[in-house]
Design a protein around this ligand. Structure first.
Ligand code: MTE
Ligand code: MO
Length: 212
């Protein structure tokens, strides 16, 4: 197991460093406090599970009419899309024009048919990571369950075989090594959300920490 405490302290320090007044205008693509990069950094808890396609599955469960449990072939058979979006990490880097390929979260959720009471989701990952979002946020057209990026299969260190991508939120909401989507009535803060990170994580509002 990684040294959680050390990781968390290091991450907090990175995110707090260089806080500066908001400079980005409404038409800029780099939010305030962010710096553009092109090297697609790797950031996670350090566990990096290797998930073979033969063992891979994706579940949708909780407050749904139809629980789903898709294997790789079933996932590939769903309508595939491509979406270009910008990726903003709370540790202050942003990479523009990330060209993701995969299945819209919307597609999967429609198949699962959420019950009326379902208002929030928890994304569960193979490294034990979780993150939470309102169900509505996952229904945006740009939210994609991605198996490829920039024309190549998603590398394992970036969350392959499959990760969630939620472009309108800081990247910690984009769960790597996605294994399940759980729907519930109440909001359940995830790994970083219970450790002082902002529940909503909108980079354009600089919602980094719960006290921002
Ligand atoms: N399963 C899982 N997903 C995760 C993380 C993690 O530790 N585990 N880290 C998050 C954080 S903090 C960031 S910034 C992005 C980084 O994605 P990248 O490594 O592909 O750049 O993944 C997010 N998704
Ligand atoms: Mo992050």
């Amino acid at each position: 197991m990684p040294d959680w405490k050390k990781l968390i302290v290091a991450k907090m320090a990175l995110a707090k460093r260089g806080a500066q007044p908001s400079l980005a205008g409404p038409n800029e693509r780099i939010p305030a406090g962010q710096t553009q990069v092109n090297n697609f950094p790797i950031l996670d808890l350090g566990i990096r599970p290797k998930v073979a396609l033969a063992d891979w599955s994706l579940k949708v469960y909780g407050l749904v009419e139809n629980e789903l449990n898709l294997d790789w072939a079933a996932f590939q058979a769903l309508p595939q899309i491509r979406d270009v979006s910008d990726f903003h990490c709370v540790t202050r880097w942003s990479q523009l024009d990330m060209d993701w390929q995969g299945v819209r979260a919307q597609t999967l959720l429609a198949m699962a048919s959420p019950l009326h009471a379902a208002k929030f989701v928890t994304l569960h990952s193979h490294d034990g990571y979780t993150t939470n979002l309102p169900l509505m946020a996952l229904l945006d057209d740009d939210v994609i369950i991605a198996h490829s990026v920039l024309g190549a299969p998603l590398a394992s260190e970036h969350g392959g075989p499959v990760r969630m991508v939620v472009p309108k939120r800081y990247a910690w909401k984009s769960a790597k090594w996605l294994k399940a989507i759980e729907l519930h009535a109440e909001d359940r803060p995830g790994f970083w959300e219970v450790r002082g990170y902002h529940n909503d994580a909108d980079p354009w509002l600089e919602q980094r920490f719960s006290d921002d």
